[in-house]
Design a protein around this ligand. Sequence first.
Ligand code: BT5
Length: 319
Amino acid sequence: MSDRRMNDTRRAVLDALGAGPVSGPTLAERLGISRTGVWKHIDTLRSAGFSITSTDDGYEVTGVPEYGALAVGYELDAPYDVVFAETVESTNDWARELASDGCSAVIVLADEQVGGRGRLGREWASPSGGIWMSILFRPDLPPARVPVLTLGAGVAVAEALASVGIDAGIKWPNDVIVPHEDGYGKIAGLLTEMEGESNRVSWVIIGMGVNANIPASSLPTGATSVQELVGMVDRRDLVQRIVEAFDSLRVGPDTVVLDQWRDWAVTLGEAVRVETASDVIVGTAVDVSDVGALRVETEEGLVTVHAGDCTHLRHRPGT
Ligand code: BT5
């Protein structure tokens, strides 16, 4: 059996187990494999960290591994394959390789990145314990609408962080931050990459870096982490929440994404300074446009900014 078919069958075994206890013969019949084949898959899943007990009603999952491809894929309510490695250069780079191999709908995860990237080639610190994830998919969209996907990803991350008790907000365009009295800490960042032609995207990769189970002392100044704020979390649960929330936003109307983004945004209403490739814009951020651009009220009138680095003038990072 090819590795791919073997993996597909293993996932099918897990899917069947996720629905409740199921007997060996039923599994064998459903999946079109022998009873020895079922037993081998169960054995492999046990070696991968799943606790599977044999009850009178059949096999039952009683424990899931802490993290990894099978753990995240188990009971994930979104249509993605999951791949995982302990250490990679960058999950976005790995996702790009998968995209050039023709793959789609893949979640790429790593425990540690040694060449994590931010925007404009900046370094992204990615020690072990974080959520370093790239979601690869092929939406039927013009490139102009891709920035709205980034906003949706920010909403998904902020919502997931709220579920563990973190009061996060989104700083346009791609930072998830935790405001405090006289500044803010950056807890997550997003890096969206795409390939396509003027009217249609070929693939999109949304890179998400969430400082999860990492002490703030291992992160750059101005950064904070889940561990620092609320203690260690279940990364599997957090990843599943992020992916499920992101996926339901991305298949829905842009207006819903934009409205939810407005609810999470801490940039709107703030005095901001936005550095673009060619300009510096200072004023009050008043809204986002229907393609996710920031509208800034300046002394010269309303300016729409599509890309740039935004600083909130009242709250500076790490201060
Ligand atoms: C970002 O860039 O915020 C995008 C970060 C995306 C990281 C993910 S992890 C999975 C995927 N694979 C990758 O290789 N990347 C993506 P930007 O807005 O340019 O912010 C970068 C700046 O944030 C740096 O210059 C530092 O000042 C700061 N920084 C670096 N590492 C950080 C961290 N772990 N937490 C908070 N801030 C950090």
